[in-house]
Design a protein around this ligand. Structure first.
Ligand SMILES: [Zn+2]
Length: 391
């Protein structure tokens, strides 16, 4: 991952610090240490400003508090991850960034019972951390000891109580894909198809994002950022779900073109151009006693116009061909294409060229699935009303 540094590994999961985190950390240290105004919530001061000590001690406390707070955000993320691992979901990484933590997972659990537990685990952990911290604040206050250090610890625990409870509450806002939104999707998914549940949760998520953005304009700029993040993430996740759901149960074999036109490495680029114009195919496997490469329209751009006759495909083709098995899951093949930023995959079966599959083939399958769904919904709407038995 770019713009992130790896800081360690917990539960076998690599933990990263995003660069935005390094920007937000000094801000938190300032807010915790000695901000311009003193704010108190439920008798808990929200900074070390009022502590009777030197400024540098306040900053030392503030720094510790900021680090502990990000430790509790990590605990929130790890709670999600712990359940995910138990449900057999692979987790690539956890990244701490400006909005808190983000876990990158291979695939989310589709069972509503698992999804809501996994989504709830994070806010639940934050809530428990918050309540324990608040309990300790009350306990330490009972002791009535007169010590600057102890006063500092009480403020630190108070900060953890308030911020973790805020974190729990904020994450439970039902704005998909925030935790509360995931709980909501799991609830919808127990009543309708996974795709419909996602669309409904994403729509509600976008409404919340718009409301949050308007709130942000009047009150706090930070909310506009979060609103943007929620809006984009909701839409992206809706699209990703639409794609994987549409391709559900399909393999590369179902989508690929079997009759593949191939070219020879000795062919000139001019001839290749003519072939592209004639066939409307923009890429060809290059075969010479077996697959040796792939050549696409963009490869031909490397050749100056006056040298098209003199250059052979051999000189411009990509030799490192990414191939898939016809039995490969269609959604996974599409993911491979987008990860490698390529437009087509050569399909090989037992070392022999079996076909070719392009992005267009996937788009067609996704379109057909949405047509099928529309038809099914139409069919439901126009079902004859059930016959009422005669009284
Ligand atoms: Zn969370």
């Amino acid at each position: 991952m770019a713009a992130a540094i790896r800081i360690g590994r917990i539960l076998g999961i690599p933990i990263y610090l995003h660069l935005t985190f390094l920007l937000i950390l000094p801000l938190f240290i300032y807010i915790f240490s000695a901000p311009a105004t003193d704010v108190t919530i439920a008798d808990i001061p929200l900074s070390f400003r009022g502590l009777e000590t030197d400024l540098w001690v306040k900053y030392a406390f503030g720094t510790v508090a900021a680090l502990v707070f990000f430790g509790t955000i990590l605990a929130h993320e790890l709670a999600h991850s712990y359940l995910a691992l138990r449900y057999g979901v692979k987790i690539r990484s956890i990244t701490l960034m400006v909005f808190g933590g983000v876990s990158s997972m291979e695939e989310l659990p589709r069972l509503p019972g698992q999804e809501w537990r996994m989504a709830f685990a994070g806010p639940f952990t934050s809530m428990v951390v918050g309540l324990i911290s608040y309990g300790l604040v009350l306990l330490l206050r009972l002791l009535e000891l007169d010590s600057m250090l102890l006063d500092g610890v009480v403020i630190l625990l108070g900060l953890m109580a308030v911020y973790n409870l805020l974190l729990a509450g904020f994450n439970m806002i039902p704005a998909f894909p925030m935790d509360g939104g995931r709980v909501l999707r799991a609830y919808f998914a127990s009543k309708m198809s996974y795709l419909e549940a996602t669309k409904k949760a994403a729509r509600i998520g976008r409404y919340f994002a718009i409301a949050m953005g308007i709130f942000g304009i009047f009150y706090n700029f930070f909310f506009i950022l979060i609103a943007l993040f929620v809006y984009i993430a909701a839409t992206e996740e809706e699209q990703a779900t639409t794609i994987t759901e549409s391709l559900q149960g399909l393999t590369v074999r179902d989508l690929m073109t079997r009759e593949v036109e191939v070219v020879h490495p000795d062919m000139s680029v001019q001839q290749l151009h003519d072939l592209m114009l004639a066939t409307h195919h923009m890429g060809f496997p290059v075969v010479d006693n077996g697959l040796v490469g792939i050549v696409t329209l963009s490869d031909t751009h490397k050749v100056p116009k006056d040298r098209l006759h003199l250059t052979q495909i051999n000189d411009i083709m990509t030799r490192n061909v990414i191939t898939v098995d016809p039995g490969e899951d269609a959604a996974r093949a599409l993911k491979l294409m987008s990860e490698r930023k390529i437009g087509r995959l050569v399909v090989e079966e037992a070392g022999r060229l079996a076909g070719i599959v392009t992005q267009k083939d996937f788009l067609r399958a996704i379109d057909m699935a949405s047509v099928r769904q529309g038809l099914a919904r139409w069919g439901e709407q126009f079902q004859p009303p059930p016959q009422t038995p005669p009284m």
